[in-house]
Design a protein around this ligand. Structure first.
Ligand code: SPD
Length: 293
């Protein structure tokens, strides 16, 4: 045998699909995709549902993580239960966005609610979630839930005061979500809230976009007498430290919060509890200073 002749190299190839969301050009989140369960192009955005090992099923819109089975409960419980346990007797709630159903599922745990209206701009998000995210979407077709397919910005225009709580469960302030972070929209929401109504908006990453959190607070502060930011860690969102901004006509989420009511409600949650409710409003110095600056 010619000693100069090399044996052909035996290699085994494994083709892998990886999802990579880049945040602000320099950092991001990466996860290996086991399977693509849904892919579609709606009039508004690209909608995907992926199966992953570490995050479970994951919904992305235009390549941005919206929700994952791993940590969705943190986000949806904090969005829904903080206002619903601040208002003493919420009966009618409006959820704008939230087509995956996670916020509806949490709201339905409150027996005082007689009507839940979900306004989602993109029917494809509902379809993908109904088919592939049953743990989130399971209550979308409940009898006290009414779904309207419409742009939330249009829906809130020229309506009488008819809601106790409004949740803005939106995507980021790009594309179809941009107007949901603007003052004219907040003005319209103020008008459709009753005299003691409460609004909560998901207000993005306190670590990556503190300027944006501040601008949301300022816009709401010019309209509502009570505005407070609270935080939760959502590992699959940019830099994890997620903010919510609560704007209220009368009830203060700390002063008017009843620990006894929350503890005695019998509502089952994995993240939210009465201590978390109160501590979530305690802001780290850099957030406090960034919002005051
Ligand atoms: N960067 C992604 C932020 C998404 C926040 N809203 C998600 C909606 C889930 N119901």
């Amino acid at each position: 045998m010619n000693p100069m002749r090399r044996e052909p190299l035996k290699r085994s190839y494994r083709l892998e699909l990886w999802f990579n969301e880049i945040h602000r050009e320099h950092h991001g989140i990466t996860v290996r995709i086991e399977k693509t369960l849904f892919s579609g192009e709606s009039p508004y955005q690209r909608v995907d549902v992926f199966e992953t090992v570490p995050f479970g099923r994951m919904l992305t819109l235009d390549g941005v993580v919206m929700t994952t089975e791993l940590d969705e409960f943190i986000y949806h419980e904090m969005l829904a239960h903080v206002p619903l346990f601040t208002h003493p007797q919420p009966q009618d709630i409006l959820i704008i966005g939230g087509g995956d159903g996670g916020s509806v599922r949490e709201a339905r745990k409150h027996s005082s609610l007689r009507h839940i209206r979900l306004v989602e701009i993109d029917e494809m998000v509902l379809q993908a979630s109904r088919e592939h995210l049953p743990t989130l979407s399971r209550d979308l077709d409940a009898s006290n839930v009414e779904i309207t397919i419409q742009d939330g910005i249009e829906f809130v225009k020229d309506k009488g005061a008819s809601y106790d709580v409004v949740l803005i469960d939106s995507s980021d302030p790009y594309g179809p979500g941009v107007g949901l972070f603007e003052a004219p929209f907040y003005q319209d929401v103020f008008k459709l809230l009753r005299d003691d109504g409460i609004l909560v908006v998901q207000s993005e990453s306190a670590m990556a976009q503190l300027d944006l959190v501040k601008s949301v607070c300022q816009k709401l502060g010019a309209i509502f007498p009570i505005v407070r930011v609270y935080l939760a860690t959502v590992p699959t969102y940019p830099l994890s430290l997620w903010s919510f901004t609560l704007a209220s006509k009368r009830w203060d989420p700390l002063r008017d919060f009843s620990t006894e009511r929350a503890r005695g409600s019998g509502i089952q949650t994995r993240y939210y509890n009465s201590e978390i409710h109160q501590s979530a409003f305690v802001l780290p110095n850099f957030v406090r200073e960034g919002l005051e600056a």
